[in-house]
Design a protein around this ligand. Sequence first.
Ligand SMILES: [Zn+2]
Ligand SMILES: [Zn+2]
Length: 246
Amino acid sequence: MRTVETSQAWLKAALGLVYPEVCQLCNAERATTDDGFVGGQCWSQVRFIRPPFCARCGLPFAGEFTTEFTCTNCHELELHFASARSAVVAKSVVLEAIHRFKYSHALWFENFLTDLLVREAGPELKDEKWDFIVPVPLHPLKLREREFNQAERLAAHLCRATNIPLNAKILRRVNPTATQTRLTRDERAVNMKNAFTVRPGISLNDLRLVLVDDVFTTGATTNACAQALRRAGAAAVGVWTVARGL
Ligand SMILES: [Zn+2]
Ligand SMILES: [Zn+2]
């Protein structure tokens, strides 16, 4: 596993040598390191999540809602987080950037994805009272294979932007769950059951924690994390992800 520092150095060196100033999503427009290697055309396809959305899970709705509401899914589920929010809709350029960042080691998308998360979550988190930002952990086997935890990298940037400390140690993934992309909502929930634990001997009494992940799909992963944190005494768990599946 690379440390954040060496991987950052590796990233800078690799970027300077290998990548011309071209949008890494469409290869058809100019984009610099500062743009996160995503050009204006591709940026224009990003859909930020704006109200109205479910107060609990963050699912956006079309139409007019003047009062706070909770969606029907949330009424049926046992949710352990107080609320979940995402910066953007998980489709088109965003989904591609996330997939390539995670599965193809396309680290140059980190700035783009971080930018989306920080500009939406940053101001909100600063106005609230949180003790730690906790990334959704990878199982050690998967971490060895991928060499980095995308959630931890995104969380670290959010910590710098909000001055909320990072805590990547308290939560562990103990069950190397298979990829969930083909599973239904119920299958995902079963798959995730007992996938996470809090490290023994740690008390989270009265702590307010923000979980960070790249994508929120059915919420099975973040809900299982939140359950483990609440069981260990956390007073509240909030969730922020870069993107939200619809
Ligand atoms: Zn582009
Ligand atoms: Zn909901």
